[in-house]
Write a protein that binds this ligand. Structure first.
Ligand SMILES: C[S@@+](CC[C@H](N)C(=O)[O-])C[C@H]1O[C@@H](n2cnc3c(N)ncnc32)[C@H](O)[C@@H]1O
Length: 455
């Protein structure tokens, strides 16, 4: 060991090396007369002009500190909402496929929602070649040319859609799942590992791969990411696939999927725009943006009914009338729009628009409860027309927008999707009865599915 290295190590204690303590200033005896304090000399006095400028600078510093504190408070409040959502999804127990299929009280709803998601994937995942002359060359369906899909699943949760992608009509080459809930991402990785160990499988879908597909599973990545507060461009895998906001982008994902999760972005315009920037940037030209969200039409209808009821009550007997806010007893809340059934409940904490149109289109919070699945989590209305207009700013053009019950009516007899509904337990074998109760159907009809494409 070199000597300079030894000096860096703790040395043995050597009492002889101690130096005497410095002489301390003697404290004054109480009998001594007080020492005269020197008056500040002329040079120490601050001219009035300088004092005013000090004061101004001090005030400026205080203002800046107050602004910084307000900004920090805003960030913490934002984080509060994100944390509630993230912690909720992290805490939902993974009870296994068997429990979901047999013991769950909402098993009909689970099967139905899964069938709708499969339907959207089956309908919109075939990749169209938008290059000039593709149609004439017979190349407008790229799967005929063997192109493998690149799929980005935003808000992928526990990876519940991995199997659906394995059965997509066109083979998936890469699946990237993003979600801010770290526990869910870990569960999604486990699910993928189990699928890989089983060899992937896949019974084939609309594209006619049944029987002909090798049982290989696609390559997949799972990353913890807040896709409404942050840009996903910084993710290596997203950059490798290609991230380009311009309508010219020829590289990028073929599909961005957002199942049951986009409504969390409508907390603010900033988040909704960031989300759309991420979707559009990640998509290649001609790529599809698919998903499902609560229907603002359904919410609007319920809100109108509630406000009409309240107005009628006010007009009716004085005892029935809503007391003005200041007359409410302490702790007594004003009645707000609320509806549901034994399986779900929607509750607005504040006032709602009488005409059912949500303006401005951001920040309309309600609490959502779903038996066995969602515990009073804050969600936000996605006013459809405003969303559609906003999406156009990001080169996303609407192609499809349907209520879940209408999707059932129009697709249940399809030669692929009909039998799929039987295998998924939505109805009995051989076009048997619907296995979804009316209460479950009411919950399902709270949702719409959509598809946009990047132009
Ligand atoms: C109802 S779950 C849906 C999960 C999955 N897409 C499915 O259909 O099974 C909603 C998901 O949205 C995710 N989410 C919430 N805020 C998000 C954000 N800022 N960025 C990405 N995902 C988010 C939640 O963590 C949760 O996993």
């Amino acid at each position: 060991m070199a000597s300079d290295e030894i000096d860096d190590l703790p040395q043995p204690f050597d009492a002889k090396k101690l130096e005497p303590a410095k002489k301390r200033q003697r404290s004054r005896s109480p009998s001594e007369p007080p020492r005269k304090l020197k008056r500040p000399g002329q040079r120490a006095r601050i001219p009035d002009s300088q004092a005013a400028s000090f004061r101004q600078r001090q005030e400026q510093r205080e203002r800046e500190a107050a602004e910084a504190a307000a900004a920090t408070r805003a960030v913490l409040e934002q984080r509060g909402i994100n944390d509630v959502v993230r912690e909720h999804y992290n805490a939902v127990p993974e009870r296994g496929r068997d429990w979901r299929k047999t013991d769950s009280r909402i098993k009909g709803l689970r099967s139905f929602n899964n069938w709708v998601k499969s339907t959207i994937i089956q309908k919109f995942s075939p990749d169209e070649d938008h290059t000039p002359g593709a149609h004439e060359r017979g190349h407008d369906l790229a799967w005929s040319g063997g192109h493998e899909l690149l799929v980005l699943d935003i808000g992928c949760g526990k990876g519940g859609d991995l199997g659906k992608w394995q059965q997509a009509p066109q083979r998936v080459g890469l699946y990237v799942g993003l979600d801010p809930a770290d526990v869910s991402i870990e569960q999604a990785r486990d699910r993928y590992r189990n699928m890989s160990n089983r060899g992937g499988g896949g019974r084939g879908g609309r594209g006619g791969h049944r029987g002909g597909r090798p049982p290989r599973i696609f390559d997949a990545r799972f990353l913890v990411k807040d896709c409404y507060g942050e840009s996903i461009e910084e993710l290596e895998i997203v950059r490798q696939v290609g991230f380009d906001r311009s309508p010219m982008g020829r590289s990028g994902f073929d599909i961005v999927s957002m199942m049951f999760c986009m409504h969390y972005a409508f907390e603010s315009e900033q988040k909704a725009r960031r989300m759309l920037e991420n979707v559009s940037g990640a998509l290649k030209k001609g790529g599809r943006f698919i998903g499902c969200i609560p229907s603002s039409d359904v919410i609007g209808e319920q809100v109108i009914k509630f406000n009409e009821r309240m107005a009628a009550k006010k007009k009716g007997s004085p005892e029935d009338a809503e007391p003005p806010k200041e007359d409410l007893e302490e702790g007594e809340a004003e009645e707000t729009a609320e509806w549901g059934n034994e399986l779900y409940r929607v509750r607005f904490p504040g006032k709602t628009p009488a005409d059912g149109i949500f303006r401005p289109p951001f920040g309309w919070k309600y609490n959502f409860y779903l038996h066995e699945a969602v515990e009073e989590v804050p969600e936000y209305v996605v006013p459809w027309e405003a969303f559609r207009a906003l999406a156009e700013d990001y080169n996303l053009e609407m192609q499809y927008h349907e209520r879940f019950a209408d999707i059932w009516e129009s697709e249940k007899d399809d030669h692929i999707l009909g039998p799929l509904s039987e295998r998924m337990g939505v109805r009995g074998r051989s076009r048997g009865d619907l296995l979804v109760s009316p209460e479950e159907m009411e919950v399902a009809n709270f949702y719409v599915a959509f598809c946009f494409y990047k132009v």
